[in-house]
Design a protein around this ligand. Structure first.
Ligand SMILES: C[S@@+](CC[C@H](N)C(=O)[O-])C[C@H]1O[C@@H](n2cnc3c(N)ncnc32)[C@H](O)[C@@H]1O
Length: 168
């Protein structure tokens, strides 16, 4: 996820769907300097994060709600937010994911990263959301930005999509 950041200087980063804040633990152990902010719709996760990381900003927001405020950041990462389908019909899930990405992308000054389950697997799990590269690319290029990168070289049965406002 951190590979989305193109520069070495400190940047503002929004961890969208931050869960228990594990990405912040990773950042604190790395040599990257980031002004971190977390956001989750779950009040339990946000309360937990506020206790675990005093002084760090966490917002409890469901961005699918009309009028929800999404904080601005240079980069927005969404790790594991779209990988599970949990019984939601495939096309309904695709509409929800792409709708959320359309809502979030304008709030990133530079770019976003999100991951999806791959179609190139030995078998697909019914409860997960496997999306063909072509289908997500068509959406990204048509509705977000043509400056994008798909990465699937890190050994998991998923891939990460990086989408930028400008060319590298
Ligand atoms: C599988 S967890 C991943 C947590 C964390 N990013 C990580 O990698 O450890 C997905 C998180 O996304 C949050 N989430 C899902 N949909 C959301 C939405 N529409 N707005 C805000 N958070 C959302 C969930 O509450 C959950 O905490």
């Amino acid at each position: 996820m951190m590979e989305v950041v193109r520069e070495r200087e400190p940047v503002d980063l929004l961890d969208f769907g931050c869960g228990a804040g594990h990405f912040l633990d990773y950042l604190r152990q790395s040599d990257r300097e980031v002004r971190y902010r977390g956001l989750d719709l779950s009040a339990r996760f946000v309360d937990l994060c506020r206790r675990k990381y005093p002084g760090v900003a966490f917002d409890c927001v469901d961005v699918m709600e009309p009028g929800a405020a999404v904080p601005e950041a240079d980069y927005i990462v969404m790790n594991g937010v779209f990988t599970e389908r949990c019984g939601v019909d495939y096309e309904t899930m695709f509409e929800a994911v792409t709708g959320l990405l359309r809502t979030v992308f304008p709030h990133a000054r530079k770019g976003i990263a999100f991951n999806l389950m791959s179609k190139h697997v030995d078998w697909e799990r019914e409860d997960l959301f496997h999306v063909p590269y072509d289908r997500i690319s068509r959406f990204v290029i048509g509705q977000l930005s043509r400056h994008h990168l798909i990465r699937a070289d890190y050994g998991l049965y998923e891939y990460t999509v990086y989408v930028y406002k400008a060319a590298a």
